[in-house]
Write a protein that binds this ligand. Structure first.
Ligand SMILES: *Cc1c(COP(=O)(O)O)cnc(C)c1O
Ligand code: SF4
Length: 460
């Protein structure tokens, strides 16, 4: 296979004026990108820009939309205020406007910061979330950036320097004690950011302890990553590429399942020789690549994109896993696709696959009560309704529960849906789920957790 070695170059807000690929854009558009990049962290790299973006198709190119900030990601009044401050170079005004915009953008959706952080001996465990009984999410402190940033990322608070919004493991790796004690946990999911931004020895320090006898109950180690898409050199010719692959082999040989939860937004990301080589090398270690991505307007809101992406993934031996609904955070108004349309796209793509390619579940909302799958549309008491099911639930007893919501062609998130049956009144459908879910014990625990966290976050 032909490929060229590449030394990584990150591009940031300062490079927007100088990138030759952007020189064809009007100066006004480049300025707009710089304005928006004050709010949403911008990072691209030379592989993304040179290999994935089709320069002749900017600004409509999907990978350009995926990685470069767009004017309409901000509300027009907010854009105008910020543009004026940026135009004047007024730093304190910029900082003030940026802070107020970010506060509006729902930085920790679905109760991530409060309700998912578990306690150990009465104290919150830094850098982990435990929402579903079987699976603990670990946010390694050195893995909280990515090789490039997705414009729609719901993890954006991880990339901006607001410590109070951040989330990462502590030096003592307290989470290991938690995992050793929690025998119900079968899966550990390293996430970020992108844990594969870490050097191999750093990653090894997180993964290897889990291969020891104290962690027999852990069956699966997952790594959430976009590296095969944004920086496939990571597995091919980066200085420690082979060390990473050897670590994967060790996990597999230890008798655990190693799953790379690979984020692919578009088939283009799998079209380069080096991306295919990266996938091949990962698979040779015995790791399984499972693929997932949100459905994003302007990037992949087209059934033919998903059909081709799943087809290419299956051919390369990857297993399609989730199609997510864009979360209600960040520039949701710009990227979101109505649930009804998301379902149409999912089903159109699904129908063109054989059973082997129908393994992705979607469209799925990762919401407060759990992961809610939009299964289809039906009629309830003569009225059109969404069929929804909880495929993951904060309360394990609720997993698999099916429920209905009034059909609404414009709704983009669970909280906008109303129950299908009239007796349930006008409450949003997720309130009904939480009312059923919350036993008294749950409520007390959640309140205590919130209290502890609030106290910790209050500045001294
Ligand atoms: C999606 C998710 C998981 C993993 O769920 P699976 O359905 O097992 O892939 C775990 N924790 C959180 C918080 C999640 O959002
Ligand atoms: S790779 Fe993942 S964590 Fe990183 S910016 Fe994209 S969506 Fe966010």
């Amino acid at each position: 296979m032909s490929r060229t070695h590449r030394n990584m170059r990150f591009y940031s807000i300062r490079d927007i004026e100088d990138l030759p690929q952007l020189s064809g854009l009007p100066a006004e558009d480049r300025f707009a990108m710089r304005v928006v990049a004050h709010v949403f962290p911008f990072r691209a790299n030379n592989y993304v820009v040179e290999e994935l973006i089709d320069r002749s198709r900017i600004p409509d190119d999907p990978i350009f939309r995926l990685t470069f900030p767009q004017r309409d990601m901000l509300r027009s009044d907010e854009f105008d205020a910020l543009a004026a401050a940026v135009g004047h170079g007024d730093r304190s005004a910029i900082a003030e406007i940026v802070t107020s915009i970010r506060a509006r953008l729902n930085p920790h959706p679905a109760g991530q910061a409060d309700d998912n952080v578990p306690l150990l001996d009465g104290q919150p465990v830094p850098g982990i979330q435990h929402k579903y009984r079987e699976t603990v999410l670990v946010f390694p402190s050195a893995g909280q950036t990515c090789h490039a940033y997705c414009t729609y990322c719901f993890r954006w608070p991880q990339f901006v320097r607001t410590e109070a919004l951040k989330f990462a493991t502590d030096k003592q790796h307290t989470y290991l004690t938690y995992l050793a004690r929690h025998r119900e946990v079968t899966d550990v999911l390293f996430t970020g950011g992108d844990p594969l931004i870490m050097k191999a020895d750093r990653l090894r320090a997180y993964v290897e302890p889990l291969l020891g006898p104290k962690y027999d109950h852990i069956q699966t180690i997952r790594i959430g990553t976009k590296s095969p898409a944004y920086w496939p050199h990571r597995f091919v010719d980066d200085g420690d590429a082979d060390d990473i692959l050897r670590l994967f082999e060790r996990v597999v040989r230890s008798g655990k399942h190693l799953a790379l939860m690979a984020h692919f937004s578009h088939w283009r990301e799998l079209s380069t020789d080096i991306a295919r080589e990266a996938v091949g090398r990962i698979r040779e270690t015995g790791a399984v690549i499972r693929t997932q991505a949100p459905l994003i307007r302007h990037v992949n809101d087209d059934a033919t994109v998903w059909t081709r992406m799943w087809t290419d993934q299956v051919r390369l031996g990857c297993v399609p896993y989730y199609m997510f609904v864009e979360r209600d955070t960040g520039a949701h108004h710009y990227f979101s696709v109505p649930l009804a349309r998301a379902l149409d796209i999912y089903q159109a793509a699904f129908r063109r696959m054989s059973g082997i390619g129908r393994t992705a579940r979607g469209p799925v909302m990762s919401a407060h009560p759990g992961k809610v799958l939009v299964q289809g549309v039906t009629r309830v008491a003569g009225k059109k309704a969404f069929v929804l099911s909880l495929i993951q639930a904060r309360d394990p007893e609720q997993a698999g529960r099916v429920f209905f919501a009034r059909y609404d062609p414009h709704a983009t998130w669970l909280t906008e849906l109303r129950p299908a049956s009239s007796e349930s009144g006008h409450q949003p459908v997720d309130h009904i789920l939480s009312r059923d879910r919350h036993s008294d014990v749950h409520r007390v625990l959640a309140a205590r957790r919130r209290l502890v966290l609030t106290e910790r976050r209050t500045p001294q």
